[in-house]
Design a protein around this ligand. Sequence first.
Ligand code: SF4
Length: 139
Amino acid sequence: METIKLRPHHLLCTQGYSGKGYSKAFVSYMDAVVERLRNNEDEKVEIVFTTDNLCENCPSKISNGVCKSDDKVLRFDKGVIDALRLDEGIYSYQELIAKLDEYLASGVEDERLKKICGDCEWYPVSACWKNIKTKKYII
Ligand code: SF4
């Protein structure tokens, strides 16, 4: 199976996702991706600083590398890049989210997460902070 390509802020979305999304196709693909990431300790991901596998099935993708919400999502990506000092490349998904969740949980409540993506439309809908705080998907 091919390595899943993820843009940096999707390290957050893949933990917060709780079955809701932009379209039927998006939700069904997201279900398959999170199932794989959440259940395989050794799963590797390729971090890309552009549109990724999840964007492929999203109605907001305009073209390769361009999302309708770039004003927000590029800022979300940068927040995660800075928190983890990330470069593009292959990583262990578990190692990345363990490091990221550690960083986020060391602030006061969800202040660090909110600083990265608090104005995302899914923030009040999904279980982002709850899952990160409880380290729900750390195997
Ligand atoms: S909203 Fe943009 S960044 Fe998020 S999955 Fe869709 S295309 Fe990708």
